[in-house]
Structures are given as structure tokens and as C-alpha cells.
Write a protein that binds this ligand. Structure first.
Ligand code: 8LE
Length: 466
């Protein structure tokens, strides 16, 4: 088995000089196209191996599993694996408070940490990510492999337009592109005037590939337009995104495709799960995300029991590292929502797929008068409306005993046509969502644009609770 699974061992380590045959769409042809049952059969003992490693090298996992009498050696079936308790972000924060700075799930010597990243920490204490040198190389290798699958090739110029600091997204994209022998432009984002400079550099350099958050790509298109530059002139071929829903939200995806004339690829799990591109679309299967199950083991689970749901069903992603030796995550609960399927993928890879991407977080879902609304549904609807100005806010408030949802959207229509626009869009949105909505419009370019991940929901009910 392992002879066929190219370079399949734990701890992982890859031949850094390897590049596939230029004519191959696959980096590791066998691993990517093998019978999924056979792949799963190779993954199960690997999961046991990773668990044995974590048990031996971290008091975090040892204590957690001892408490429920879960022994790595007993993980001989999927049934057994699904009963391994999930890891939550709160547990990691606690472990880092008790064992600063990396927590007692680090599993390597603190001196072997090669990169430190972290959560943005806008709420509460940030979590530190400590990634070992060897792991960083393996991450780069995995990301290079996935970028190859997207159609990126050695010598291509890759423009990275996301924050370069604690955020792992940009660094992970860069590491992969470097390993693929691309020319990387780590442009960054977020500083004053940077978007307009990005337009200038893109127009001059004409890169092949581009990485950012979907919100930021749309922002960039707006700024280009203000500067009378057509983003299609950048000549981008592949645009890959992570960080938030968008690249799999149909109207958002189309808006990006139309603006830039490039293939839009969705990818991304969580920073803790780096190589976070292990969920990613490919050149041959550009929609949704494939789950590269030999890099990270992805489960879609019932959010209450954390047992895997059948293909075709909705659930929450739960992730397990197959190759990390530093801070390995074993059944990390994401709190996101998605649906998975197993079907023939046009690219020939035999991985399961998230056909609608990851469409929201459980805690971002708006519960209103007994209905659930995903903020991405509002985005999806508005983006398809003629005269939409490009940005919106969702305000949820309690008036008397009733919850009320107000959607405030920008419009390009002049004053005289506002009331018709408001009426039409308001009633359309209401029937699309199936809940009552108060709809208001404001001038285009008046709501704040995201330089990173957008935050469009203002839940005033939470504010009154505090
Ligand atoms: C829908 C994956 C990365 C490094 O880009 C990232 O954003 O990691 P981070 O900051 O730990 O945030 C992870 C969360 O962002 C996920 O739990 C999910 O809610 C959201 N997210 C990331 N990528 C996507 C996404 N949501 N589609 C995506 N492609």
C-alpha cells in the first residue's frame, strides 16, 4: 500500500526537488485518483499513528483521552475514531493559558518552532500557532501540490494580497508558491493606500495567480474601476481564495469571475489546520472544494454528536492532521457548516467534495423568529440585484418582543429611483430568505469595505445582553 501512496510516511518528509511531469494534472497521480476505499484504508492506521505520537508527546491529548478511556491503539475502526472527543478552540486557549505560550499540545521542543502565527484576537486572548521547521516544509509541499492541481505552474507569478502578519493565509499561500518554484509577490494588504498600489502593480506585472479573501478581490475591482483600469487587463488566470465564504457563493463568484476574467478557486479550512488548503477546488473541478483526504482527514459531522453524517447531508467540518508533528490537531471542531458528497469529479480526483463550499459558521447563523438565515444568503441575493452598490449590513435588533432584521444595502440608483429599488429588492429578498426583512438603501461607497474578512452582521440583541 505505502509503496503506491507516493511518499506516504509519518513523520512526513518530501523530496524537495520533486516536480511532476509537466503534462500531468496531478502532483501525486496515485494518491489523488485511487479508489477512495483504498485511500481510507491507508488513512486509518495513519490516524492511529498520529494519535500515538500525540499521546506520547503531549499531556493535553494524554489527559483528554485518558479521561474517557480512549487509547490510540484501539483506533482500529472508523466507528472507534468517530468517538475520539473533539478539540475545541476554548480548550486550546485554556491549554495556552496554563502552558504558555504554545500550550501542552505543542508536541515538539519549543526551540524547534520555526514560524509563529496567531489568531487576530479581536475577542479574548489570541491563540499562538507554533509550527516546526519540518512541518513548515511539509506544509509548503502540500500547498505546492494543491496549487499544481489549480493549474499554477513553476515560473508563474503569484500575487499574494492578504495580511502578512499573524494571519496564516498569506504565509501558507506564499510557502506553497515558493515550493512550486513560482515567482511570488508578497504584496500584503491592509495599509493605507495599498489597494490602489496593488492595482498599479497588478497592471504592471500581470501575474498569473492571485490570492486574497473574496471580499478583498471585490474591493480591488472597485478601486481599479475608480482608477479607470479594467481588472481584466491584469491578465490573471487563477484566483484562489480562503478566509471566508464567497468563492463558492454563486453571485459573489460570478462577480469576481466577471470582473477579472479568471478562474475562481475556493479553498481553506482553518489556520490551526495548516496546510489549510487541504480543502480546495482544482482546475478540472473548479466549483466547490475537494477534500484532499490524504493531507488532512476531513469529516462532516452532526454538530451535537460529532459522528460523521452520510454523504449528501449537512454538518460541521471536523479536521485531523495526518502529517503535522507540531500542534497536531486531532478532531478539531470547526463550528462551520457545509454539505458533503462523494461523486465523480471531472478532474479525476477521487476525493469527497463540498459542492457549496463552507457556507457559514454555526454561531454566525441568524436565528430570527424561528427561522435560520445565513448571512451568505443575503450576500448571494443582493449581488444578483441590478443597481446593488457592492456592500451591505445586516442589523438584527429586538423591538418590543419581536426580533427584527434590517438589511441596509448600497445602491447605484439616483434618489428618484430609490423607492422602486427598495420595494423591489426588499420583497425579493424577503421571499428568497423566507423571513420578514426591513430593507433600506444608502449611497454607493458609503459602507465600510473589508481589507481582510468582512463583518456585515450587527446583532444588537447581543449588545443589549452584555
Ligand atoms: C468559507 C483558512 C485561512 C487561513 O484562510 C483562515 O481564514 O483561517 P482562520 O483565520 O483560522 O479562519 C478560519 C475560519 O474562516 C473558518 O472556520 C471559516 O469560518 C472561515 N473560512 C476560511 N476559509 C473559508 C472559510 N469559510 N469558505 C472558505 N474557503
Amino acid at each position: 500500500m505505502s509503496a503506491q501512496m507516493e511518499e506516504w510516511h509519518f513523520p512526513a518528509g518530501y523530496d524537495q526537488s520533486y516536480l511532476p511531469d509537466p503534462s500531468s494534472p496531478y502532483w501525486f497521480p496515485h494518491r489523488e485518483t485511487m479508489d477512495p476505499e483504498e485511500r481510507n484504508a491507508a488513512v486509518l492506521p495513519r490516524l492511529r499513528e498520529v494519535m500515538e505520537y500525540a499521546y506520547a508527546n503531549s499531556s493535553f491529548y494524554k489527559d483528554k483521552w485518558d479521561a474517557v478511556d480512549c487509547k490510540p491503539a484501539d483506533i482500529t475502526s472508523w466507528e472507534a475514531f468517530e468517538q475520539v472527543p473533539v478539540v475545541t478552540k476554548a480548550e486550546m486557549r485554556q491549554a495556552q493559558a496554563d502552558h504558555p505560550p504554545f500550550g501542552d499540545y505543542l508536541c515538539i521542543e519549543p526551540t524547534d518552532v520555526h514560524h509563529i502565527h496567531g489568531t487576530s484576537g479581536t475577542t479574548g486572548q489570541p491563540t499562538a500557532f507554533g509550527i516546526g521547521r519540518r512541518d513548515w516544509e511539509v506544509i509548503a509541499d502540500n500547498h505546492a501540490r494543491i496549487l499544481w492541481g489549480m493549474g499554477v505552474r513553476p515560473g508563474d507569478t503569484v500575487f499574494v494580497a492578504a495580511l502578512f502578519s499573524l494571519y496564516l493565509g498569506s504565509w501558507g499561500a506564499m510557502a506553497g508558491a515558493e515550493r512550486l518554484r513560482c515567482r511570488v509577490l508578497p504584496f500584503g494588504a491592509g495599509a493605507q493606500g495599498m489597494t490602489s498600489r496593488a492595482v498599479n502593480w497588478l497592471a504592471r506585472l500581470k501575474p498569473t495567480a492571485f490570492y486574497a479573501t473574496p471580499s478583498y478581490a471585490l474591493r480591488l475591482a472597485e478601486v481599479a474601476e475608480q482608477e479607470k483600469i479594467d481588472p481584466r487587463e491584469f491578465g490573471l488566470k487563477v484566483m484562489f481564495f480562503s478566509g471566508e465564504p464567497g468563492a463558492s457563493v454563486p453571485t459573489v463568484r460570478k462577480a469576481i469571475e466577471d470582473a477579472f476574467g479568471a478562474t475562481v478557486i475556493d479553498c481553506g479550512t482553518m489556520a490551526e489546520m495548516t496546510p489549510f488548503m487541504s480543502a480546495s477546488a482544482t482546475a478540472g473541478t473548479p466549483d466547490g472544494m475537494l477534500l484532499w483526504q490524504d493531507i488532512v482527514w476531513h469529516e462532516v459531522c452532526d454538530p451535537d454528536t460529532f459522528r460523521t453524517v452520510p454523504f449528501g447531508s449537512e454538518g460541521t467540518p471536523v479536521y485531523t492532521h495526518l502529517e503535522r508533528t507540531s500542534q497536531p490537531m486531532i478532531r478539531l471542531a470547526s463550528n462551520d457548516l457545509t454539505r458533503w458528497v462523494l461523486e465523480d469529479n471531472p478532474c479525476g480526483r477521487t476525493y469527497p467534495k463540498l459542492p457549496d463550499g463552507v457556507y457559514g459558521r454555526i454561531d454566525d447563523m441568524i436565528h430570527i423568529r424561528g427561522e435560520n438565515v445565513y448571512p451568505t444568503e443575503v450576500d448571494n441575493y443582493l449581488r444578483g440585484v441590478e443597481g446593488y452598490g457592492g456592500e451591505h449590513q445586516i442589523i438584527v435588533r429586538r423591538t418590543g418582543s419581536m426580533d427584527e432584521m434590517i438589511v441596509r444595502a448600497e445602491t447605484t440608483h439616483p434618489e428618484g429611483r430609490r423607492s422602486e429599488f427598495e420595494q423591489r429588492t426588499g420583497s425579493g429578498l424577503q421571499s428568497f430568505l423566507g423571513v420578514r426583512v426591513t430593507f433600506e438603501s444608502v449611497d454607493a461607497n458609503t459602507l465600510e469595505r473589508a481589507e481582510h474578512k468582512s463583518r456585515r452582521v450587527v446583532d444588537e440583541r447581543e449588545h443589549t445582553k452584555r
